[in-house]
Design a protein around this ligand. Structure first.
Ligand code: NAD
Length: 415
């Protein structure tokens, strides 16, 4: 098949590669000329897609910034960003622009699938009317479906092939075409009755995580008051073989999904005069977590009779999750900003994030930095770092990820 992928980011590029690896001809479309140029030169910009994966694909994966190049495609999959506005409401600008561009090139026989995470009703009420402006009849001339992306960057035990794929079309014919499309690259395709059911399923998956992370973050704050080790409590509870699912506390939530998606559902709920308490509360608790971490840093320095102002604080990990250089909504950035506002002498080390221009910082070498630091804060626990060595070299260490469990030292504290 000839398949077009609109938006070649964390979601679109791995999907494009999956179809090309399965022998299909993929036209990738992105408005960012640097991405288009990199891909056509065989260079990847996503950690999960090494250059060595692109090389054998050759002409089966080509990138372009011109929507006209998508005209020959039988299926068009949209993977553009769906962020929040500054007032934390859904920002569908990218999606609506992509839809308008697609409506100009849409032709009979094409299937359009939206993969971007969004609130229930987007495919029917926002995407489809724009596509219909091309004059073709939905369900007869062209087809539309929603299929949420379930990618978890960095994960290798579940892939696009082995993760069941949900599809919900605007009509039964739309659903069937989407099912056939994803059966090319996924072992299991799960059909739901409407795009709304598929849209809401994705939000349920992410809100479920957000609520549970908020709950353990709150438990960590309570354990701090009670003087109980939260990690020991969670390890103990996790020995129950049924009825308990482990979630770990941390410095807060990051990435494009968990801090953002619940607000999409809350927005839709408010439109119905419904106020979803769990979603809002989880967002509130998780957003407050970086400030709690900074308070712990202040307290640790205070115990050593040191003010935050002027103290050398080294933040380990700037990406939002281990093994990733993605800094979107990363709690590490909030912690760095809060520390800088308190006039701490802040620096960071992250092998995946060479610089943070918005903060005027560049990653420092770990060895040199540790010796002179007053406090090392483990915010994102990237693999390959010797955390026992960090504790041994830094004057004091505070661990917000639980990676120093098993190390007992007077100069070490944990969330
Ligand atoms: N990153 C994840 O782990 C993940 C997981 C599941 C779902 N999602 C969802 O998938 C969607 C995409 O996320 P992402 O992480 O891949 O974003 P991304 O920012 O990495 O990639 C999106 C790409 O779309 C391009 N783009 C923007 N507007 C465009 C337009 N009008 N036409 C063509 N290209 C355009 C951007 O240049 C960018 O390269 C979002 O809705 C996100 O919530 C992301």
């Amino acid at each position: 098949m000839k398949i077009g992928i609109v938006g070649l980011g964390y979601v679109g590029l791995p999907l494009a590669v999956a179809f090309a690896e399965a022998g299909h001809e993929v036209s990738g479309l992105d408005l960012d000329p640097a991405k288009v140029e990199a891909l056509n030169a065989g260079r990847s910009y996503i950690e999960d897609v090494p250059d060595s994966v692109l090389a054998p694909l050759g002409e089966r994966l080509r990138a372009s910034a011109d929507y006209a190049d998508l005209a020959p495609c039988e299926a068009l999959i949209v993977c553009v960003p769906t962020p929040l506005t500054s007032s934390r409401e859904p920002d569908l600008t990218y999606l609506l622009e992509a839809a308008a561009s697609l409506s100009e090139i849409l032709r009979a026989g094409q299937l359009v699938v939206l993969e971007s995470t969004t609130y229930p009703g987007t495919t029917r009420e926002r995407l489809t009317p724009i596509l219909e402006e091309c004059g073709l009849a939905l369900g007869a001339d062209f087809h539309v479906a929603f299929s949420p992306e379930r990618i978890d960057p960095g994960r290798t035990d579940y892939t696009i092939r082995t993760t069941p794929k949900l599809v919900g079309g605007m009509t039964p014919a739309c659903t069937e075409r989407a099912r056939e499309l994803y059966a090319l690259v996924c072992d299991e395709v799960v059909v739901v009755s409407t795009p709304e059911a598929a849209e809401l399923s994705k939000l349920l998956e992410n809100v479920f995580r957000s609520v549970n992370i908020a709950f353990v973050n709150e438990l960590a704050q309570l354990c701090d008051r009670l003087g109980i080790d939260v990690w020991e409590v969670i390890d103990a509870a996790a020995t129950k073989p049924f009825g308990f699912m482990r979630f770990d506390p941390g410095p807060g939530m990051g990435g494009h999904c968990l801090p953002v998606d619940p607000f999409y559902l809350a927005f839709r709920a408010r439109e119905q005069n419904f106020y979803p308490e769990f979603i809002e509360l989880a967002g509130k608790v998780n957003q407050a977590q970086p400030a709690f971490c900074v308070e712990r840093i202040e307290r640790t320095l205070n115990q050593a009779s040191m003010p935050v102002k002027g103290s050398k604080v080294l933040v380990l990990g700037a990406g939002y999750k281990a093994g990733s250089g993605d800094t979107r909504e990363s709690p590490a950035l909030v912690i760095l900003r809060l520390l800088a506002a308190l006039e701490a002498d802040v620096s960071y080390h992250d092998p995946f994030v060479p610089e943070l221009p918005e903060l005027g910082l560049a990653s420092v070498a770990l060895e040199g930095a540790l010796a002179g630091t007053d406090l090392a804060a483990i915010v994102t626990a990237h693999p390959g770092i010797d955390y026992a060595g960090v504790v041994a070299s830094a004057a004091r260490t505070i661990d917000f990820r639980g990676v120093t469990r098993g190390i007992d030292a007077d100069n070490l504290e944990r969330l």
